[in-house]
Ligand binder design. Sequence first.
Ligand SMILES: C[S@@+](CC[C@H](N)C(=O)[O-])C[C@H]1O[C@@H](n2cnc3c(N)ncnc32)[C@H](O)[C@@H]1O
Length: 305
Amino acid sequence: MSSINNQAATTSPEDAEYLLAGTGTEFMAALKGQVFFAPLDTAREEMKILDMACADGVYLTFFIPPFSLRTLLREMSTRLPSSTSFVGVDLMKSFLPAKDATPDNYRYLAQDVLTPLPGDLQGVFDLANVRLMFAGVVGKEAAAVQNLVDGLKSGGWLQIMEMRLYTPYGGDDDKTAYDDADDGDGETQSLKDFKTLLSSVFAAIGLQKGFPMGLEGVMKDAGLQDVRVVVVDAPIGKDVSEDRKLQLLSVGPFQLTIKTLVATCEKLGLQIPASVTDNLEDRLVRDALEHGGKFQFAVLTGRKA
Ligand SMILES: C[S@@+](CC[C@H](N)C(=O)[O-])C[C@H]1O[C@@H](n2cnc3c(N)ncnc32)[C@H](O)[C@@H]1O
């Protein structure tokens, strides 16, 4: 996997450690090629787009169709007029691209979503997008959403994409691995094990059961209108394509994430049964190639009045 991650940035020692993002870690998500879930007029000129937690120099995004190896922000830019300007923000400075690799209509800021945006970025965005960040701001979701809403202009949209979570081991009284999410009839054991591992870590850091659905209320409390939630499948392996190479690419990031998750479990003192973690990397790849599988994302959208 790392051979295709030619944009990987190096994590510098002063960067805070982030749960799912080690040096060179890639995360790919197949959302059936859709990047705008808010009803944005993609033909409009001069729009301003914010991608919070963009990791624009590190992460790869994997869309179908067509397959492309681009971060989400870069993918968005291919679907909007060239007059659009983009602002990418991330807590990790080293996750942002070098200045000479940055097109003129891009601006990057290294800052926390919990810090209000600078004055010139208040009330200006047509779209504020956030994907896979809210696990980093547990208990502070309202402040994060408020800062994003403050960045929107009137009529602008907030769009949040997060993986749906499952009831974890050791989380509470309910020990089944699947609760409110579609567990997919016939889902392979390795995929169930991966989801159990992930959700156990998320529960340990305080993510609420049912995450990210609770964000809907947070968005409404922040005054957003027309708040909607849709659930989107993110297939892997055999369910992605006939092409073996693409099947492997789709499962690679999950395989890489296992090491980080297991290390995090050890650090947090979580007791995950060995049957869940044993040989999980190999099992996940083998099963995904033979049987396919899917993750699910919840996408929440809301409009500033
Ligand atoms: C799993 S990655 C997702 C990257 C990208 N949004 C994507 O979907 O490919 C999570 C990102 O959130 C960033 N992040 C975590 N907490 C943050 C915070 N409080 N403020 C801004 N960014 C944060 C991390 O640095 C990391 O780049």
